[in-house]
Design a protein around this ligand. Structure first.
Ligand code: C2E
Ligand code: MG
Ligand code: MG
Length: 721
């Protein structure tokens, strides 16, 4: 739209510029044409003036010829000479191109002879010529110094306008022996009739030259005045206007040329515009692509942001609710790790396609992270629609998915948040959905959780805890407690399990069951685990008769560099590898059996032992045990607690221990609080026991104390294990 306006604007201003340039060029050309016209008319005027002068001069020359003539001087003054006068003057006026009238008058202005066109004139001469004739006569009578006794001028006669000359009749030499007062004058007239005027026009190339009355209005003309200065007539002509002709020829060329220039620029403009359009289209495509996730073809996080923004704006107008689902696949990392990224990518596409089928019309589906999806849609109802959708999604994901040639099972944790009537803005809505999803994940797999304000308080507490924990790790405020592990037969301590302790300033002791998971999700587990491992090994060096067990969380175990850490710590603390047992819980193992097996193998190649902790608390089957090559299993306290009261529990425990022993795997029982339990478990086949009955987790000094007491009693058994 804006683009079109600009283009129209540019085209319009361009058209204006071309028009203005055209007008300017044409105006300039017109000016040139006018000048040319003026110059030509000036020249025509000069030519006309020259033509008139020539007309007069010819008459003057003829008159001079006829009047200054010895024969004339001899005949005109004598009465017998009349015949000569008539024959040489009067009759010569017939068919002459030089003069059409010949008159002879005397000093008293009396007509001696008057001929017109070769015939005698009846009319009196003075009336025919008018009084201006006498002015010429005066002039001829009194010529200037050295001048001839002759005068020429234009007069208005009864026949029209004529050049008239008056000259004294005399000898060729100018001499005349006739006294003044008896002088005679020859008058020639040559009428400027239409034929002569047009002949002049032809001779002098003056188009349409003609005589017009004195009052005729014309831009260019030449006036014909009598000797008294009165304008008798005018000569006018038709302007050739060469400028106009040139202009008329050039004008279409100029217009064509400018038109071409205009066209050229319009074409340029159109090409530019098209290029601009293409660029814009490319830009749009790039922008569109920037909002898309390449792998799934869904919107990405940015695309979702824009969509949710517009949903919220619309919801405010239409008074509807915007619902946002955040969905995190459980176990995606494991699929990726065990089957490779190709399979992982296929899984993402399969999930995206499945979700696309489930979402309501008009909903926006986005992939906002490696294994995170989001769905935004409108709803008139409150959370019901979202809960229903979430349930459908969970059902869909609970089914095994066929990915390539493999069957994989993934679950999902779903968080739901709502912006009622668009009252919660995008940022906050996203935060809430994310938080709810996080809570769903925390609560266990395959769950959905609606956002509740109380979650914010939880989250804030958690954040504060995380911050404090980070500081505690950095400043070395964590300590280790050591819980004795005893021989089932002798009840003699042969090892200790290192358990981390944190006395949080202002809050008191925090259970590792609370802060270990937080350390896992906040990336603190690495440094925490390293601290525990090093500290435990360092401390255990002073207890050569004891083995040392250290707990390893799934987060540590997952790290491919973990084996290197262990090797490094062993080397640094110079403790024999065989004294160290690493306890891992089954959770990670089930998620990622292949990797677990590899990691265990690598650790065992260092010489350390690997034990399965909390056996019986989760899903692990005895089958795993052999597969993974554990050196020991530790039966979870929950299995131990009721064996003295619950016969079913007892039988289960008995069978479990028997199975492990059949696989040649030694068993430790943990959580023993009574002698009865201790006796029972030994009978069932456990070779190692742990619990408050033998000793609570305690400080290293206390372990030292116990060892010293024992050395006093049985110094010889110091190195027994
Ligand atoms: P766990 O490895 O199974 O450790 C045994 C837990 O049971 C300890 O709790 C111990 O105090 C408790 N316990 C031992 N005997 C008895 C008994 O007779 N009765 C009762 N009621 N409890 C008994 P704690 O120290 O709170 O540790 C809890 C869990 O936190 C541990 O379970 C372990 O999984 C984890 N943990 C502790 N320290 C570390 C550590 O340094 N690194 C890692 N990754 N995890 C640790
Ligand atoms: Mg343990
Ligand atoms: Mg345990």
């Amino acid at each position: 739209m804006g683009r079109h306006t600009t283009v129209t604007g540019v085209l319009f201003s361009f058209a204006v510029i071309v028009a203005v340039v055209t007008v300017m060029v044409l105006t300039a050309l017109e000016r040139v044409a006018e000048n040319a016209n003026t110059l030509d008319d000036e020249r025509s005027r000069e030519t006309t003036v020259g033509a008139l002068k020539t007309f007069e001069d010819q008459l003057a020359a003829t008159l001079d010829d006829y009047a200054a003539w010895d024969d004339a001087a001899a005949n005109v003054y004598r009465p017998e000479g009349m015949a000569w006068t008539i024959s040489n003057y009067g009759e010569m006026s017939a068919n002459s191109s030089l003069f059409d009238m010949a008159v002879v008058i005397d000093d008293q202005k009396k007509t001696v002879m008057a001929y017109q066109d070769g015939s005698p004139m009846e009319k009196p001469v003075s009336g025919f010529f008018g009084p201006s004739l006498w002015l010429l006569l005066e002039e001829a009578r009194a010529p200037g110094a050295g001048g001839k006794p002759q005068a020429i001028g234009f007069l208005k006669t009864e026949r029209g306008i004529a050049a008239v000359g008056v000259a004294l009749v005399r000898e060729k030499s100018g001499a005349l022996d006739v006294p003044s007062g008896q002088h005679r004058y020859l008058i020639f007239a040559r009428h400027l009739d239409d034929a002569k005027v047009s002949a002049l026009g032809t001779t002098y190339v003056l188009n349409g030259l003609r005589l017009v009355p004195a009052d005729f209005a014309a831009a260019y003309s030449v006036e014909i005045a009598d000797p008294a200065g009165a304008v008798l007539s005018k000569l006018v002509w038709i302007s050739r206007s060469p400028g106009d002709i040139g202009y008329a020829q050039v004008r279409p060329m100029v217009i064509q040329a400018l038109g071409l220039v205009g066209l050229f620029f319009i074409v340029l403009l159109i090409i530019g515009w098209l290029a601009g359009q293409r660029l814009k289209a490319e830009e749009n495509r790039a922008r569109e692509e920037a909002l898309r996730d390449r792998l799934s073809g869904l919107f990405n996080r940015d695309g979702l942001g824009l969509a949710v923004d517009s949903f919220i704006a619309e919801a405010r107008q239409t008074k509807r609710n915007v619902l946002l689902l955040y969905l995190d696949l459980d176990g995606f990392k494991e699929v990726n790790d065990s089957y490779g990224h190709g399979t992982g990518d296929q899984l993402i596409r399969a999930v995206a396609a499945g979700l696309d089928v489930l979402i309501p019309g008009g909903a926006v589906l986005a992939r906002i992270g490696g294994d995170e999806f989001a769905i935004a849609f409108f709803s008139d109802a409150e959370n019901a629609a979202a809960l229903q959708l979430a349930e459908q999604i969970l059902d869909f994901l609970a089914e095994p998915l066929e990915v390539g040639r493999r069957i994989v099972v993934v679950g999902a944790s779903i968080g739901i948040a709502m912006s009622p009537l668009g009252s919660v803005d995008r940022e906050e809505l996203v935060r809430r959905a994310d938080l709810a999803m996080y809570k769903a994940k925390e609560a266990g797999r395959a769950r959905m959780t609606l956002y509740e304000p109380a979650m914010d308080a939880d989250r804030a507490q958690r954040n504060a805890l995380e911050l404090d924990l980070r500081m505690a790790i950095e400043s070395g405020d964590l300590t280790l407690a050591y819980q004795p592990l005893v021989d089932a037969a002798t009840h003699e301590m042969n090892g200790v399990e290192a358990l981390v302790r944190w006395n949080r300033p202002g809050h008191g002791p925090v259970s590792p069951e609370i802060f270990i998971p937080i350390a896992e999700t906040s990336g603190l587990i690495e440094s925490l685990g390293l601290f525990v491992l090093r500290k435990a090994c360092e401390t255990a060096k002073q207890w050569p008769e004891l083995k040392i067990s250290v707990n390893v969380s799934p987060g540590q175990f997952r790290n491919p560099a973990f084996t290197d850490y262990v090797r490094y710590v062993l080397k640094q603390t110079e403790i024999e590898a065989s004294r160290l047992t690493l306890e891992i819980t089954e959770g990670y193992m089930i998620q990622n059996p292949q990797r677990t097996r590899q990691s265990i193998e690598r650790l065992k190649s260092l010489g350390v032992k690997v034990a399965l902790d909390d056996f019986g608390s989760g899903f692990s089957s005895i089958g795993y045990l052999r597969q993974f090559g554990f050196d020991r299993i530790k039966i979870d306290r929950s299995l131990v607690t009721d064996i003295t009261t619950d016969s079913r529990q007892r039988e289960m425990l008995q069978a479990t221990v028997a199975l492990a022993r059949a696989l040649d795997i030694p068993v430790t029982a943990e959580g023993i609080e009574t002698e009865e339990q201790a006796v029972g478990l030994r009978l069932f086949g456990c070779d190692c026991l742990q619990g408050y009955f033998f000793g609570k987790p305690m400080a290293a000094d206390q372990i030292n104390g116990l060892l010293q007491e024992r050395r006093k009693i049985q110094p010889q058994r110091r190195f027994a294990g």
